[in-house]
Design a binder for this molecule. Structure first.
Ligand code: ATP
Ligand code: MG
Length: 305
């Protein structure tokens, strides 16, 4: 299948004041993909998104949206994205519907009433759409902003920390909404967040940055199933891990379990070796490496995202 590249960021750097805020950032988002952009507070997520959405210029590098370079073909590039950067830009004294009408007017393209209605339905605000936005909950405001971002049928929606301030059920609703939109419209998402477990559940792929530098890029499907967990005595955990490390494995200790990547066929021999070392394996199971395991492994216990 021909993959269309919706967003391509190539070797982008940015200095603000005296500091390099973003250094040599490269990433891409393909059609229909949900890409997570992870990093701790102050790592440069919003700055990157501000560059991608044309709010500030990169010092170096290129950004292309649907093949259009944002420096050379700014308006053609911007037609393909809908974005919410930091706070959703909404008028509190207008109703949800009036906000969408206003956004449609200033978009510069013709957007039908049917289309606006469709967007309202997609974010499930039809019952409250005529109320003033200042009476909306944070979750409703986020959903209205997403409806606004959907108006011009973008190929890519960019969300900067969409779950900030939402309660657990609001976070789940947001996740379901993003998945449903991708399914129904094929739109791609680029979503910044510092919540590893949330991004793990939502995204196809993540990129992790820290201090403006890329630390890792990971496909969620490669957070594998070929990880095996060995349940052992807790007091044997350390010696078992050092034995496995001496055999070239990269064991991760979790409670009284050791997680390693090992071929199925090598399990009996390994259990036997462990037994000879005085480590009794009580249970062997399949385990999924979490994004947090992967991240801690990659950064070797440095600062968490
Ligand atoms: N206009 C500016 N001038 C100087 N430094 C800035 C400016 N804007 C941002 N910074 C700095 O750039 C760094 C990255 O900030 P940015 O807002 O991009 O991080 P972030 O990853 O979005 O963080 P958060 O998770 O808190 O939203 C921070 O150290 C911030 O202080
Ligand atoms: Mg930010």
């Amino acid at each position: 299948m021909l993959q269309k590249r919706v967003l391509e960021v190539s070797s982008v750097s940015k200095r603000l004041g005296k500091r390099n805020i973003i250094e040599n950032l490269s990433l891409h988002v393909d059609a229909g993909e949900i890409m997570g952009f992870l990093g701790p507070n102050g790592s440069g997520k919003t700055t990157s998104i501000r560059m991608i959405t044309g709010m500030i210029k990169p010092d170096q590098g290129d950004i292309k949206i649907m093949g259009y370079n944002i420096q050379k073909d700014f308006s053609k590039a911007m037609k393909h994205i809908g974005a919410i950067v930091e706070q959703p830009a909404l008028y509190g004294y207008l109703s949800g519907w009036e906000n969408l009408m206003q956004a449609a007017r200033i978009s510069g393209i013709k957007i039908s009433t049917e289309k606006i209605n469709w967007c309202v339905k997609m974010v499930q605000l039809q019952d409250r759409i005529n109320e003033k936005v200042q009476r909306y909950s944070l979750g409703m405001k986020q959903r209205l902003a997403i409806a606004q971002a959907l108006l011009a049928s973008p190929s890519l929606i960019i969300l900067d920390e969409p779950t900030n301030g939402l309660d657990p059920s609001g976070i789940i609703e947001m996740r379901e909404l993003i998945r449903e939109l991708r399914e129904k419209t094929g739109v791609s998402f680029f979503i910044s967040s510092h919540l590893l477990s949330e991004m793990e559940q939502l995204c196809d792929r993540v990129i992790v940055i820290d201090h403006g530098k890329t630390i890792a890029m990971k496909e969620m499907s490669s957070l594998q199933n070929d990880t095996v967990s060995f349940t052992v005595d807790k007091n044997k955990l350390t010696s078992a891990c050092s034995f496995l490390a001496s055999k070239g494995y990269k064991p991760i200790a979790r409670d009284n379990q050791i997680l390693i990547n090992v071929d199925f066929g090598n399990i009996p021999e390994l259990v036997n070796h462990l037994y000879q070392q005085g480590v009794h394996v009580y249970w062997v199971g399949q385990a999924k490496q979490s994004l947090e395991d992967f991240f801690l492994d990659t950064t070797q216990g440095k600062e968490r995202a």
